[in-house]
Design a protein around this ligand. Structure first.
Ligand SMILES: [Cu+2]
Length: 228
């Protein structure tokens, strides 16, 4: 019984981060939508299966009355066979189409192949901190300041091992590699201060590899770039 009581708390250890549903950029909106969408679809399947299961348990249970009752053989039934092939296929398609579209849309590209326009920030990850360098050379550690409403192009590069860039309410997770520079887009972020972290275990200091992502107005961003 004690073990059962501990179960819900174990969930907290799974790395489940509910903030992803409180999205604050178009990129994160898409991700949150996909989570809700697939969860809803899954719920429908679980409901239908559970209802049928419970119904069949009662309907076909063994009683003295139905001792010799053998249900009709449905093997080879054209309609049933078609239904249980087409049904799951349809379900998979409904799940796959938006997932694949969004995955391709949000995938980071090699910096040599990036043609997107936007506000570029050079992001360098190392054990165990983040360095953010802006277009005019302004550099700050563990604090990323970006302008609202724009397309932010994060040029991700690692100095040592593989890290992962993640701001749950803005976007991510994206692997930060030592051997290649990737460009990840965050579209239309909204004003606010959000927590960011490394989402890939990268060594003993991994837990402390956090940063702050601050989305400010365009004017505030310009003055940030110009302040010493
Ligand atoms: Cu890391």
């Amino acid at each position: 019984m004690k073990r059962l009581l501990v179960m819900p708390f174990l969930l907290l250890l799974t790395g489940c981060n509910i903030k992803v549903l409180d999205s604050r950029s178009d990129t994160a909106d898409d991700q949150a939508f996909l989570i809700i969408y697939s969860f809803a679809l899954m719920l429908v399947v679980v409901l239908v299966v559970s209802i049928l299961f419970i119904r069949f348990v009662f309907k076909y249970r063994y009683t003295d009355e139905r001792k010799d009752n053998i249900p009709p053989d449905v093997k080879g039934n054209k309609w049933l066979e078609t239904a249980w092939v087409i049904g799951p296929l349809l379900l998979l398609a409904i799940l796959a189409v938006p997932t694949i579209m969004m995955t391709y849309d949000q995938s980071p590209v090699l910096s040599t192949e990036s043609e997107q326009e936007g506000t570029a920030v050079q992001v360098t990850a190392e054990q165990f901190n983040w360095t953010f360098e802006h277009a005019n050379g302004k550099t700050e550690q563990n604090r990323l300041v970006i302008p609202e409403g724009e397309t932010i192009l994060l040029h991700l590069k690692s100095e040592d091992v593989i890290h992962s860039f993640w701001v749950p309410r803005l976007g991510g997770k994206v692997d930060v590699m030592p051997d290649r520079e990737l460009v990840y887009e965050i579209k239309n972020p909204q004003i606010g201060t959000y927590e960011g972290k490394c989402a890939e275990y990268c060594g003993l200091g991994h837990t402390n590899m956090k940063f702050e992502a601050e989305v400010v107005s365009a004017d505030a961003y310009t003055s940030y770039l110009n302040e010493k």
